[in-house]
Design a protein around this ligand. Sequence first.
Ligand SMILES: Cc1cc2nc3c(=O)[nH]c(=O)nc-3n(C[C@H](O)[C@H](O)[C@H](O)COP(=O)(O)O)c2cc1C
Length: 186
Amino acid sequence: MNEVLRTILERRSIRSYKPDTVAKEDIETVLQAALHAPSGAGAEPWHLTVITRLDVIERFDARARAAMAESGVERVEALGKSPQYRVFFGAPVVILICGEKVLRKPGRHLSALADCCAAIQNMTLAAASIGLGSCWIGLVRYLFEREPSFMAPEGYEALFALALGHPGEAPEARSRRREGTIVWVE
Ligand SMILES: Cc1cc2nc3c(=O)[nH]c(=O)nc-3n(C[C@H](O)[C@H](O)[C@H](O)COP(=O)(O)O)c2cc1C
């Protein structure tokens, strides 16, 4: 099996991180992968904010937990209120992914979310390929629902975050459900 396929099949979400800082060139490698994601009509409608300041990450985490705790969704509220839970699992790097606002450019309104997701997936794979761990964080949406422009540049809305760092755990590759997911027309 080639290395790309091995990385795809073995990548796991990492929810425990060593406190060690991540070399800037490794973060740059991960960012470069994001910028090479497929993008509808070549719009590249993403904006990435790389946060390595631990006090900023901690404030971001606390605000996301506070929004989760008031979400009205039982399971999410319980997580947000749990004293042990950290949205970014103590990762030393958090990347905020923002997408160009819908309808800002005619014909591009459907692509920002899809393109940003492709960019995030590229980052998770690039990170895994150089021995870093990452976790795609969607639960920040409870904060972004309240504050769509949270840390976003003008014209963009906050969509997701990615926790990134040296892994503090090594979960096994996992098999996936296949039944009912693939149909061949041949
Ligand atoms: C859109 C999206 C949002 C996610 N949000 C979270 C999150 O907020 N917190 C978390 O711990 N994992 C989150 N994940 C990671 C998934 O839980 C994880 O990918 C899934 O359980 C499969 O496990 P694996 O990534 O280890 O293969 C998210 C994944 C995606 C694609």
